[in-house]
Design a protein around this ligand. Structure first.
Ligand SMILES: C[N+](C)(C)CCCC[C@H](N)C(=O)O
Ligand SMILES: O=C(O)CCC(=O)C(=O)O
Length: 375
């Protein structure tokens, strides 16, 4: 049976095993197998319309299920399917069928802006504290900047831990780690970590020893009376693309060797493994996990061991190359929130008094907020 319509939907055909939908936008024909279709029924008897949770018993659907007919419902927005041996019809919003037209998991079409020092210094991504606190529009501006550039500044933040914490909580709740939730500290040896000292710390990401490294990190320097201590930020994705283009073999090594890292002390022994350059299933950049201080001992076969040090050297040379380093002093009023899966941070040695507060946020909660704000 073939039926013609006047919307985005061209024709509907109930073939032997599939519902065939022909689109009018030139994208051709999509075929939906009946078992899949029944499993994704959008009628209230099969799906909780408030929560979008599946209510159909997937496992009791006959694998050879057949459709008798498919029609466009009166609203012009949904397709209704009549099944053989079932009393109730199934319905599907056309928008849903369109969204599911291609097989495979969804691809992200977000294009991010990768940067070198001279591409970012004169156009720092920033918003004001008032904007972010005033409503969702300002918050969205900030979150989109972080998503696109890997960091976003908030200017004019009151230099108090309360105001800083409130800013982080605009996005989501704060992550608890061995360092606590919201942290507020001066140089001291409260933790077995160089972050709590005044020494120079080279570019790194935090939590390489965590199976789910903190997704984002926020810094606000509440007090500074001293010299030195400038911060450096490096777009790890930009550096990774540089390596991909310059030296494919090093890129291969850095994306495939899983490097163990550990945090040992303070009554814990955290340990995890990540490639320095992590790729997703489509080969797109996913996560930089690099902290040479926290790398745990491990050995590779001789040849791979050589390749590893060669790749590591190139990575180290590029992240320490001024061409890739955005540099500025953290000062009261200016909050920086950055993607800890992308942007590396570093700090020069300093003398004097410096009080830093901040927080970690989870990757998933930030991305959830981004999706909600985009709706
Ligand atoms: C952020 N905060 C100051 C609390 C801790 C910093 C820890 C830095 C550590 N080497 C790591 O990679 O996690
Ligand atoms: O003190 C800073 O600015 C940053 C310290 C640091 O590298 C860290 O917390 O991971």
């Amino acid at each position: 049976m073939t039926v013609h319509f006047d919307t985005l939907l061209g024709t509907l055909r109930t073939a032997d095993k599939y519902l065939e939908v022909q689109w009018k936008d030139g994208t051709g024909v999509s075929r939906y197998p009946y078992l899949w279709l029944r499993d994704h029924c959008h009628a209230a008897h099969s799906m909780n319309l408030e929560t979008n949770q599946r209510q159909v018993d997937t496992f009791s659907i006959p694998t050879d299920l057949k459709a008798k007919a498919a029609i466009l419902a009166e609203d012009g927005q949904t397709v209704s399917v009549r099944w053989e041996n079932e009393e109730r019809d199934s319905i599907y919003p056309i928008s849903f069928l369109k969204e599911m037209a291609a097989t495979g998991l969804p691809k992200s079409d977000d294009k991010k802006s990768l940067w070198t020092e001279d591409e970012i210094t004169d156009c720092l991504p920033k918003v004001s504290y008032e904007e972010v606190m005033a409503g969702d529009e300002g918050l969205k501006t900030w979150v989109e900047l972080i998503h696109n550039y890997g960091f976003g500044l908030v200017e004019g933040t009151p230099a108090t831990p309360e105001a800083t914490e409130a800013l982080a909580r605009r996005i989501t709740y704060i992550r608890e780690t061995i360092f606590g939730g919201f942290w507020d500290f001066t140089a001291n040896q409260a933790f077995a970590d160089s972050a709590y000292s005044t020494v120079e710390i080279g570019p790194h990401t935090d939590g390489t020893y965590s199976v789910d490294s903190p997704g984002y990190q926020m810094f606000h320097c509440l007090e500074f009376d001293g010299t030195g201590g400038e911060s450096v930020f490096v777009d790890g994705f930009r550096v990774a693309e540089e390596i991909r283009a310059l030296d494919p073999k090093a890129f291969e090594t850095l994306t495939s060797v899983h490097v163990p890292a550990q945090y040992l002390g303070d009554g814990v022994h955290l340990r995890a493994e990540h490639p320095i350059i992590g790729l997703d299933r489509d080969g797109e950049l996913k996560q930089i996990a690099y902290n040479n201080y926290d790398r745990a001992p491990f050995r590779l076969e001789d040849e791979l061991q050589e390749d590893f040090y060669r790749g590591l050297n190139l990575f180290n040379a590029l992240i320490n190359d001024r061409r890739f380093q955005l540099r500025f002093g953290l000062r009261p009023g200016r909050v920086v929130l950055f993607d800890n899966w992308r942007v590396m941070h570093a700090r020069d040695a300093y003398q004097g008094h410096r009080r830093l507060c901040g927080a970690y946020l989870n990757k998933e909660d930030f991305l959830s907020k981004l999706r909600v704000l985009r709706k």
